[in-house]
Design a protein around this ligand. Structure first.
Ligand SMILES: C[S@@+](CC[C@H](N)C(=O)[O-])C[C@H]1O[C@@H](n2cnc3c(N)ncnc32)[C@H](O)[C@@H]1O
Length: 263
């Protein structure tokens, strides 16, 4: 994705009291950063311009948020959207500039987020060797496990069938169980749903949005995530059931793989 350079973004971010450009020092101490440290903490990975982020933060003043992206140009828009929705100095949000591939340098179990949001992350479907860049790849899920509180959840949505199908496998392998899934978020009527910039775009094109909530279980992954690669051409059987948005719908959890036609 090409990101246009914005001259105003960095100066505005540098003057912003809720912007954190070098957050490693806060690892394990994020709660202290907030006016109300006792409140639950949630993270958003790859917040983009923050269109849905701003709605979510404004609608939930009793929750503390850290929203993360790698691009200062994009985060300039996030700041503006947050200020528009929540005022100049919102008490319940920090914008963190970071590479999510290294997210365990920024958070640990002491931070204990109850939820991680991942919306429309780049699908990286063109080359199998790029799959490891996905924000739902096992390399990432194992890092999220190290910081989430017990029973913590990942809320994941995407327009991309292939990314969603692969991510169901990743969640299963990494000890996350589905507690809600739908192949068409809008039709399911699930709430709350804060519609992001990418979601608006795909909904306008009539593309159904895939969404799931995955809860961390005690089942520890027993493989090396840095070596994990989905064998090209192989996809798990029945990973994209039409669950009709029913809560607690289960997906097949056998862990075996079968060759089926590529999506
Ligand atoms: C396709 S956009 C989606 C933005 C937003 N969540 C939405 O739904 O509109 C993906 C975002 O993830 C960010 N991103 C991708 N890889 C990242 C990484 N390794 N670390 C931090 N941010 C990343 C990109 O900069 C981009 O803003």
């Amino acid at each position: 994705m090409h990101i246009r350079k914005k001259k105003w973004a960095r100066p505005e971010l540098e003057a912003c009291p809720f912007y954190e450009p070098a957050g490693e020092w806060r690892r394990g101490r994020w709660r202290e950063a907030f006016a109300r440290p006792e409140r639950p903490l949630q993270l958003e990975m790859g917040c983009g311009k923050g269109v849905s982020t701003a709605q979510m933060v404004a609608a939930n003043p009793e929750i503390n948020y850290v929203v993360v992206d790698i691009s200062p140009d994009v985060l300039g828009d996030t700041r503006r959207n947050l200020v528009r929705a929540c005022g100049e100095t919102p008490e319940n949000v920090f914008i963190l500039l970071a590479d999510i591939c290294l997210i365990d340098h920024y958070f640990d179990r002491e931070d204990g987020p109850e939820r991680i949001h991942i919306s429309f992350c780049n699908p990286w479907t063109e080359r199998p060797k790029h799959e490891k860049r996905r924000l739902t790849h096992p390399r990432q899920l194992i890092q999220y496990r190290k910081m989430l509180q017990p029973g913590g959840e990942i809320w994941f949505k995407t327009d991309d069938d292939s990314l969603y199908a692969d991510s169901l496998v990743y969640f299963d392998l990494c000890g996350f169980e589905p507690v809600f899934q739908t192949g068409d978020l809008r039709a399911s009527g699930f709430q709350p749903n804060y519609v992001s910039e990418h979601e608006q775009k795909y909904m306008a094109l009539g593309v159904p949005i895939k969404f799931g909530i995955f809860r961390m279980t005690d089942r520890e992954p027993s493989f090396d995530p840095t070596r994990f690669r989905m064998t090209p051409g192989l996809r798990r059987l029945a990973v994209l059931p039409d669950l009709g948005g029913k809560p607690d719908a289960s997906v097949e959890n056998s862990g075996d793989f079968r060759e089926i036609p590529a999506c």
